[in-house]
Write a new protein. Structure first.
Ligand code: ZN
Ligand code: ZN
Length: 376
């Protein structure tokens, strides 16, 4: 009973999203569009709730067709009660041709930034007219999260935090003497146990000097007493990703690491404080960067302040010096400054922030204090 009500409520959300996409695609293109073809899997999921693979979505006003294959027919019917499920037998282009013929859909817009050259060729051929390019529409829509999406991201964050919290509560014995990859595997296990569908990305556990490589892959290196261990991890829950970074210390910290930890923490605070609607994404990056520069580590902050977070771990907008975008209420972004010292190690602290009309709201709750991150 509850499940059925949930489905009806959810299908309303998806129907509204599909209507918005169709309406905006029409006005953006300035053409008399018959339909919009959605091919990127995350966008299909955003507009349907479908969790399977290899399926395209055609939207024409209030109507929608999910073009799938026989492996997913039953799942699609269960997950997408508001859609017509079309089981294709041949190539995707033939399926699109068949549905557009049945529904008399003529001019079709497609995701130019996702379709392959071959798919574009095949579709233009069967439809006997070129596709209208749809650029960035879904990216921009998905950049603004509704309350259902914010709730999913909060759940993903909470499950991730609980997993690392469990390891930290065990103290040094959960880290010292173990290989980086073992700690990463346990963290991923704890996230799944806590309700995650999977890790949102490959977990980073970087001990000691390895912390200076922002995208290090955990290996066989054993964690030693006195190491700074950089952990960047996140759970995927309800199709939405969490993404946090903490540095835990397995013993007494060197004055150098203590100093950069403090600088990174202050830089993160400055970056978060700049996350107001109407301000530029670039200005938030520069606010954090200035703190790092003033402390003398400007050339050791190797990346941007953060990125949008949602169905993808990295999505629009980017909080980068190259961004020309402005922040808007509803955006969910990470704030993750870092300082990386080759042969010494690295410190990055990453949290997730919702931009609200009343300013930044940090969605993650885990402590960032050096005291709490020092293991007993
Ligand atoms: Zn991260
Ligand atoms: Zn991140």
């Amino acid at each position: 009973m509850i499940a059925a009500m949930q489905t009806r409520k959810d299908s309303g959300i998806f129907t509204n999203r599909r209507r918005t996409v169709f309406g905006k695609a029409r006005s953006d293109s300035g053409k008399k569009l018959g339909a919009v073809l959605i091919s990127r899997p995350e966008d299909v999921a955003y507009l349907t709730g479908f969790t399977g693979e290899d399926s395209f979505l055609l939207i024409a006003g209030g109507k929608g067709w999910l073009l799938t294959d026989s492996r997913f027919t039953e799942q699609a019917q269960r997950e997408c009660p508001g859609l017509e499920v079309f089981t294709r037998k041949g190539p995707m282009a033939e399926g699109v041709k068949e549905v557009s013929r049945q529904a008399s859909l003529k001019t079709i817009a497609a995701q130019a930034d996702h379709l392959t050259v071959n798919q574009n060729k095949a579709l233009s051929k069967v439809l006997r007219r070129p596709l209208v390019p749809l650029n960035g529409l879904l990216t921009r829509l998905r950049g603004l999260k509704d309350r259902h999406e914010v709730a999913a991201i909060r759940r993903a964050i909470a499950i991730g935090e609980h997993a690392l919290g469990t390891l930290i509560a065990k103290g040094r014995r959960a880290f010292v003497g173990r290989a980086e990859r073992d700690v990463a595997a346990e963290l991923e296990y704890l996230m799944r146990q806590g309700g995650a569908e999977k890790p949102a990305f490959e977990t980073i556990v970087a001990a000691g000097p390895h912390g200076s490589m922002p995208h290090y892959r955990p290996g066989d290196t054993k964690i030693r007493p006195g190491d700074a261990v950089l952990i960047d991890w996140g759970a995927m829950v309800g199709g939405y990703a969490g993404d946090l970074t903490r540095v835990v210390f397995t013993g007494k910290i060197s004055p150098q690491l203590f100093r950069i930890y403090d600088v990174v923490l202050k830089a993160q605070r400055a970056g978060i404080a700049a996350l107001w609607p109407g301000k530029s994404c670039k200005s938030a990056h520069l606010a954090a960067k200035k703190v790092v520069e003033d402390a003398g580590y400007g050339d050791k902050f190797l990346h941007s302040l953060g990125h949008g977070l949602g169905r993808n771990v990295h999505e629009w907008p980017s909080l980068s010096w190259l961004s020309k975008d402005r922040l808007r209420a509803g955006m969910v972004v990470t704030a993750e400054p870092g300082i990386y010292l080759p042969d010494v190690g690295g410190v990055r602290i990453e949290d997730v922030v919702l931009v609200t009309p009343r300013g930044p709201k940090v969605l993650s709750a885990m402590s960032r204090s050096i005291k709490d991150m020092t293991l007993r």
